[in-house]
Design a protein around this ligand. Sequence first.
Ligand code: SAM
Length: 277
Amino acid sequence: MDVKQILKDAGFRFNKQFGQNFLTDGNLLQGIAEDAGICGGNVLEIGAGAGTLTRALSKNADHVVAFEIDRNLEKVLAITLADCPNVKVVIGDVMKYKVQQVEEMFNGDYKLVANIPYYITSPLIMNFVEHGNKVSSMTLTIQKEVALRLAAKPGTKDYGAITVAVDAVANVSITRILPRTLFYPQPNVDSAVVRIDMAKNKHDIADHAMFRKTVKAAFAMRRKTLVNNLMVGFKLQRATAEQLLEQCNLPLGCRGEELSTQQFVELSNALVQMGAN
Ligand code: SAM
């Protein structure tokens, strides 16, 4: 199937605003479906584009729901997915849907697979990580820089609030790096495929809202110590913040970026215990 020709024949114009950089290499698309571990079951795709990844997913899945914001791709998708009866295309902005509404489209759990536009990467990931109840994994083609942040280790420059927020409830691995030359049209950055396997009970988090607030506060001013950031974030006296760190066996001069996810869990559980808010 010559997707570039189909796009041309349909008079399709790429819309930069929607992050339209398509993948056309059949082996790569099949590889992404394999990275996602699709073997029957339900798949949610976000951003169907010309339907190239959708086709690869439909081969291995029982049922695929594919969102696409750009109405101009509807007739292209009607052609490229004509022989994929297990695919349901939803033309619309996925960010306007509650995760729960999306999940109602499936009977049981599902895997999320997407080559997502850069402008919605972080909100989309956080939305499904925080509110997804039936999503078992997410295999996402994203900007390489963001993938490195998601898979970063404590104490490195890439380690940040999003690393900890995702690592607290999931296991992250980078499955492949995709040079920009593999996309049509070619973007200005390289990408990577990241697989996020949900493991909601991986840590014993007493209060998820408090956990999120603790992580946010710890990274609010990266160059400040954790004590200083906690004093600001939770309106604590220095002595109280220092006592908290001692209770959690953390060095008084440490910075948020040095803490592992488990240490963040212990810190936020201690904050819950002391009645902080
Ligand atoms: N899956 C295709 C592929 O791999 O070639 C297309 C990927 S392209 C990077 C991202 C796609 O997401 C575009 O087709 C774009 O129109 C669509 N898109 C962008 N924002 C969206 C949104 N909020 N909801 C649904 N689709 C969106």
